[in-house]
Design a protein around this ligand. Structure first.
Ligand code: HEC
Ligand code: HEC
Length: 297
């Protein structure tokens, strides 16, 4: 057997995940979230939520096979760890999130936990959303609950045998331990840009390299990555040396790079559903953050 399906990294991963499963037994208790929160039905909350859902890139994943079917789920996300299906996040009680409470949104988006206390797979970028403010998460909830309920059942994730939901307890713990301190900004524009990039826009989910377990290497933020066969460019300070904030703004708006090329692949989708639709101020904030040019400079 020359072409063994059991390559060395796979065996190592399997081993670590079995270990993680054992660790999971000790770390399955759900985190505490404030229990006095409510989802507002005010039009301000719903409007804010709609904006946050755009800036959060939720539609890139949570739509049907047909691009026009927003939020109904079912789109297959191929990853190095299996195929995941973004669920139906319309308020349908049978197949969607119709019976969700305010706390369920905080648990899901900030902690990757299901309403029943189980775990989501990190194909759902909850580690980026962990940094969202409670208010932003609740407004997102207000918006999603205001949508028309659509009945659509989505398949369960297809993962290798050694990868199950409870193993994610160990994975979360390891990801927490390997996470470095992110640079904090006093400058308001840079701070907003960092929030949009690291949390809402989850740019690092594609642009930051991962280790063998799929945990982001926070010491090499935005240093580029490989997703299957696709090479994802670095967008760290070194890679963007030639880019001005105007270049960056224009790229986020229409996908045009300073060298005259247009963005392709998954980035097209990010631009179409997210960065072309956010406010000029927020595009400026992202540009400022990535080129590290704040208001005071
Ligand atoms: C990169 C793709 C991706 C993005 C972007 C994404 N999600 Fe998800 N989401 C998923 C996947 C995949 C799951 C299911 C994970 C699982 O099966 O464990 C999920 C699960 C969920 C759930 C749980 C639904 C349920 O029925 O249990 C909610 C709610 C949710 N996402 C909301 C959001 C919101 C709001 C945003 C934007 C702020 C967002 N998602 C962005 C992929 C994504
Ligand atoms: C779903 C994965 C994904 C996400 C999320 C994502 N990107 Fe990208 N990005 C890509 C891919 C793939 C490319 C390469 C596109 C191409 O081939 O032209 C790219 C290219 C880029 C480039 C061009 C780099 C160069 O030198 O040509 C910039 C700048 C960029 N992305 C910024 C961002 C920002 C800012 C965010 C967050 C708001 C983001 N990306 C989120 C996948 C992603």
């Amino acid at each position: 057997m020359t072409q063994s399906a059991w390559s060395k990294p796979k065996i190592v991963s399997a081993f670590v995940f079995v270990l993680a499963l054992l660790v999971a037994v000790f770390f399955f208790l759900p985190p505490t979230v404030p229990n006095d929160v409510q989802l507002s039905q005010s039009s301000e909350a719903i409007e804010r939520g709609a904006y946050l859902v755009t800036a959060g890139g939720c539609i890139s994943c949570h739509r049907g096979e047909n691009d026009a079917e927003l939020f109904i789920g079912g789109l297959a996300l191929e990853t190095n760890f299996g195929t995941f299906y973004a669920p139906n996040i319309t308020p349908d009680t049978e197949t969607g999130i119709g019976d969700w409470q305010a706390q369920d949104f905080l648990l899901a988006l900030q902690h990757g936990r299901t309403p029943s206390g189980s775990f989501y797979f990190p194909a759902f970028p909850y580690r980026a959303y962990a940094g969202l403010s409670d208010q932003d998460v609740l407004d997102i909830g207000s918006y999603l609950m205001s949508l028309e309920p659509v009945s659509n059942s989505v398949p369960e994730a297809e993962t290798p045998w050694w990868l199950n939901r409870w193993a994610m307890a160990g994975w979360n713990l390891m990801a927490d331990m390997s996470q470095g301190e992110a640079e904090v900004f006093d400058d308001e524009l840079l701070a907003r840009g960092a929030y949009l990039a690291r949390n809402l826009g989850h740019c690092g989910e594609c642009h930051t390299p991962r280790n063998a377990l799929g945990i982001l290497d926070s010491s090499r933020e935005y240093a580029g990555a490989q997703l299957g066969d696709e090479v994802i460019e670095a967008i760290d300070a070194a890679a963007l040396e030639e880019w001005t904030t105007n270049n960056f703004d224009l790229f986020l708006f229409i996908g045009l790079k300073p060298d005259g090329e247009f963005a392709g692949g998954d980035m097209n989708d990010v631009i179409e559903h997210n960065t072309s639709k956010i406010s000029d101020e927020d595009r400026d904030a992202l540009a400022a953050f990535f080129t590290r040019q704040g208001q005071s400079e």
